[in-house]
Design a protein around this ligand. Structure first.
Ligand code: C2E
Ligand code: CA
Ligand code: CA
Ligand code: CA
Length: 278
């Protein structure tokens, strides 16, 4: 048993070394890629159900690697969180979003933009002041910026950047809980850490038509949001039947392929100009 145990430890270390190597290579690729302009930000519209208008969008990073081609965020964000490259990504994304924001504002569009933030981007503490300075240097009203954070933000006790969140909110920035319903203490942290929006995870919306339990959970989350004065956005809406079910529950906003896929900023501006509520 002892020997098997030792072997396991050895294997584990080999795996860890490979993984560390992979992460280091990717880290360098990310940092170089940011400098070389391999990254882009796409925008996905978010529709308000009562008016049918697009007043919000979500910024989503895209990486077109010169050799490996398109690499989806789920394949590099996790690594970037581990190596710290996420902070460079986060700064870069915010700056790009500020530039794009002023582009569409100059063209007469009035939109809020959601930006994804990992918990680790709040460290070293004080990082958020850099973002605040950046947004203000572009002359953008902080209330137009929504930071999307997953529930895990609120789970790590001392590690949790709740003070930063509160500070930023008092300066006008807004926050959303991303992938709502997939974490642990979904209800508990709403008590302690006020946010402006909840985004119902796609996995609930996906099954809203044929799974009665998921449908009930969606209905309850929307009711809870209303009772607490928190806006509710349903993600991953792919067809009109899902949209109609969400409308019956009086969901505030929807986002998903049914309305539009994430797209480059030029296409997004074109989409908004061409879009007519209905
Ligand atoms: P997320 O924040 O939950 O973003 C929503 C994801 O769902 C996006 O995937 C989007 O393209 C996709 N999506 C939107 N509508 C639909 C739909 O109707 N059906 C389906 N099947 N999918 C839909 P994407 O762009 O691949 O991003 C994946 C994740 O990577 C994001 O999940 C987010 O957690 C992370 N991410 C993306 N950009 C950034 C970033 O700039 N910073 C950080 N920290 N994370 C990011
Ligand atoms: Ca998000
Ligand atoms: Ca999400
Ligand atoms: Ca997610």
């Amino acid at each position: 048993a002892k020997k098997a145990g030792r072997n396991r430890v050895t294997l584990f270390n080999d795996d860890m070394r490979d993984e560390a190597q992979h992460q280091l290579l990717m880290h360098n690729d990310i940092i170089n890629g940011l400098e070389k302009g391999e990254f882009d930000v796409y925008y996905q519209p978010i529709m308000h159900m009562d008016t049918g208008t697009v007043e919000k969008c979500e910024a989503l990073i895209r990486w077109c690697h010169p050799e490996k081609g398109f690499i989806p965020p789920n394949e590099f964000i996790g690594v970037a969180e581990n190596t710290g490259a996420i902070r460079s990504i986060g700064r870069w994304v915010l700056e790009r979003v500020c530039q794009d924001f002023n582009r569409w504002t100059d063209m007469g569009l009035d939109l809020s933009v959601s930006i994804n933030r990992s918990v680790s981007e709040f460290y070293p503490s004080g990082s958020h002041r850099e973002w605040e300075d950046l947004v203000s240097s572009y002359g953008i009203d902080p209330a137009k910026i929504i930071f999307e954070i997953t529930e895990s933000l609120f789970m790590d006790g001392n590690e949790s950047p709740v003070d930063e969140l509160k500070q930023m909110r008092s300066n006008g920035f807004r926050f959303a809980i991303d992938d709502f319903g997939t974490g642990y203490s979904a209800i508990n942290y709403l008590r302690n850490y006020p946010v402006d929006f909840i985004k119902i995870d796609r996995s609930f919306v996906m099954d809203i038509l044929d799974n009665a339990q998921d449908r009930t959970l969606v209905e309850v989350i929307i009711k809870m949001g209303k009772a607490l004065g928190i806006g509710v956005i349903a993600e991953g809406v792919e067809n009109i039947e899902q949209l109609q079910a969400l409308k019956v529950f009086d969901c505030d906003c929807i986002q998903g392929y049914y309305l539009a896929r994430p797209m480059p900023v030029e296409d997004f501006i074109h989409f908004c100009n061409a879009y007519r509520p209905g």
